[in-house]
Design a protein around this ligand. Structure first.
Ligand code: MEV
Length: 423
C-alpha cells in the first residue's frame, strides 16, 4: 500500500496526481477521473477524500396518478427495465383510477441504550419520573424544531436484558429526515441521564426502523386491464394473488419480491436526495415485523378486481441533509411538483407497488427474461463496445443469434463493423 497520508488535506489536483502516480494510472484513466469530476466543490463538501463523481442515469417514469394528481417521477438507477416497468405498472393502475396513498404521523425514533444496569426495574421507574424533564432537555437541544411545530412526542423504556435498558424517544422532525437533529437531541438526554442517575450510556442513535413514519398505498384493478399474451385478466389476477401468497410463505421468494419493490423505491429515494440505505434497512426490518420475513406488498381478489396494498416505513426528507445542496434534487422536486415530505412518501410507496405489479405481471405471464430481453441485450452490446448509433442494429442481430453472451456480442459487433458498415 502506497503512502496516502493526509490525502484529505490535499487539493483536488494534488489528489488526482497522487493517486495517478501511486496506482500507475494510464493517461486515459486519469482523463476518466478528471472528466467525471463535474462538481468538485460540491463533492468536497459532501464527502471526504473526494476525487471524482460516479454518475448514475436518471430517467422519468410516466403515468403516475396518485390521489387524483398526476406525477412525473424521476428515477435514478443502473438497472435496465426499472423505469420502463415502473411506467408500465403505473399506466395500468392509472387506467384503474390510480393509487390511493396515505401517510401516518412523521415521527422518528431515537434510542439511548443504557448498560451495566444494576436494577432495571428501579431504573425504569426513575426514568419515568424524569420523563418530562428529559423531553424538555431534548427539545432544548434543538429549539428551532420545536418552533416549527416539531419536537419530542413521547418516551418509552424497555428492558433488553438484565443489564441493558433502552429508551425510545419519538420526535416529530417535520419536513426533514432529521438524523443529525435526532442524534444531537439524544446526546443531550444521554448526558442528563449520566449526570442525574449516574447511569452508564452505551450509545445514542436514531433507529432506522421507522415504525412511526409509515406510508401506504392501494390500487384496485379490474380484470380486463390485466389480460396479457392470450391469458385472460382473471387468470393473471389469480396468478398474481398466488405470487403474493408465496412471498408471504417463503423467505427466499419474499426477499426477491421485496427487491423488486425496492427497485422502484430506491430509484426515487435517490432522485429525491434521500438516504436509500436508511429506507432499505427500515423496509426489510418492517418485512420481518411479525417474526418472519415476508413480502411487503399483498395482492388479493375482491369482486372482479385485483387489489394491491403496500405499507412501508418511509422516513424521507423534503429539506435538510444533501437535499438542499445538490441542485439536481431541487430540480427533481420541481419535476414531481411536490411541496412536502408526505407527498414524496406517497409517490415513493406508490412507485414500489407499481414496480411490484409490473414484475409479477411479467413473471406470471411471459416470464421476466422475454419482457426484459431487449433492454438486457442493449446493456450487453454496449458492454461489448457498441456505440449509440450501432446499438439498435446490434440488438436486432443479437435477438437472431444462438448465443446471447458477451463473446457473441463482441463477435457480432466485429463482423458488423467489418461487413455491414463498409458495404
Ligand atoms: C429484478 O430486479 C426484480 C424481480 O426479480 C422482482 C421479482 O421477482 O418480483 C423481477
Amino acid at each position: 500500500m502506497q503512502n496516502y497520508g493526509k490525502f484529505y488535506q490535499k487539493s483536488w489536483e494534488e489528489r488526482i496526481n497522487h493517486i495517478s502516480q501511486n496506482e500507475k494510472l494510464t493517461k486515459e484513466q486519469i482523463q476518466i477521473l478528471k472528466n467525471s469530476a463535474h462538481n468538485k466543490s460540491l463533492g468536497d463538501t459532501m464527502i471526504e477524500n473526494y476525487i471524482t463523481d460516479y454518475s448514475y442515469p436518471e430517467g422519468i417514469a410516466f403515468h403516475y396518478l396518485i390521489n387524483n394528481k398526476r406525477y412525473l417521477v424521476p428515477m435514478v438507477t443502473e438497472e435496465p427495465s426499472v423505469v420502463a416497468a415502473s411506467s408500465h405498472g403505473a399506466a395500468i393502475i392509472a387506467k384503474a383510477g390510480g393509487f390511493l396513498a396515505k401517510t401516518s404521523e412523521r415521527l422518528m425514533i431515537g434510542q439511548i441504550i443504557l448498560e451495566s444496569v444494576e436494577d432495571s426495574a428501579k431504573l425504569i421507574i426513575e426514568i419515568q419520573k424524569l420523563t418530562k424533564d428529559l423531553l424538555v432537555v431534548a427539545d432544548q437541544a434543538h429549539p428551532s424544531l420545536k418552533k416549527r411545530g416539531g419536537g419530542t412526542r413521547w418516551l418509552k423504556t424497555r428492558i433488553l436484558a438484565e443489564d441493558l435498558v433502552v429508551l425510545n424517544i419519538a420526535i416529530d422532525v417535520q419536513e426533514a429526515m432529521g438524523a443529525n437533529m435526532i442524534n444531537t437531541m439524544l446526546e443531550a438526554v444521554a448526558a442528563r441521564l449520566e449526570a442525574v442517575l449516574r447511569q452508564q450510556v452505551l450509545m445514542s442513535i436514531l433507529s432506522n426502523y421507522a415504525t412511526e413514519c409509515l406510508a401506504s398505498t392501494t390500487c384496485k384493478i379490474p380484470y380486463e386491464l390485466l389480460s396479457k399474451n392470450g391469458f385472460a385478466g382473471e387468470i393473471i389476477a389469480q396468478k398474481i394473488v398466488q405470487a403474493s401468497r408465496v412471498a408471504q410463505l417463503d423467505t427466499y421468494r419474499a426477499a426477491t419480491h421485496n427487491k423488486g419493490i425496492m427497485n422502484g423505491i430506491d430509484a426515487v429515494v435517490m432522485a429525491s436526495g434521500n438516504d436509500w440505505r436508511a429506507i432499505e434497512s427500515g423496509a426489510h426490518a418492517y418485512a420481518a415485523r411479525n417474526g418472519q420475513y415476508k413480502g411487503l406488498s399483498t395482492w388479493k381478489i375482491s369482486g372482479d378486481y385485483l387489489v394491491g396494498e403496500l405499507e412501508i416505513p418511509l422516513p424521507v426528507g423534503f429539506i435538510g441533509g444533501s437535499i438542499g445542496i445538490v441542485p439536481l434534487v431541487s430540480l427533481n422536486q420541481k419535476l414531481m411538483k411536490i411541496t412536502s415530505a408526505r407527498e414524496l412518501e406517497q409517490i415513493i410507496v406508490s412507485v414500489g407497488l407499481a414496480q411490484n405489479l409490473a414484475a409479477l405481471l411479467a413473471l406470471v405471464s411471459e416470464g421476466i427474461q422475454k419482457g426484459h430481453m431487449r433492454l438486457q441485450l442493449k446493456s450487453l452490446v454496449i458492454a461489448a463496445g457498441a456505440n449509440v448509433a450501432e446499438e439498435a442494429v446490434l440488438v436486432d442481430k443479437m435477438l437472431q443469434a444462438d448465443k446471447r453472451d458477451i463473446a457473441s456480442a463482441k463477435k457480432i459487433l466485429t463482423d458488423y463493423r467489418k461487413k455491414d458498415k463498409n458495404g
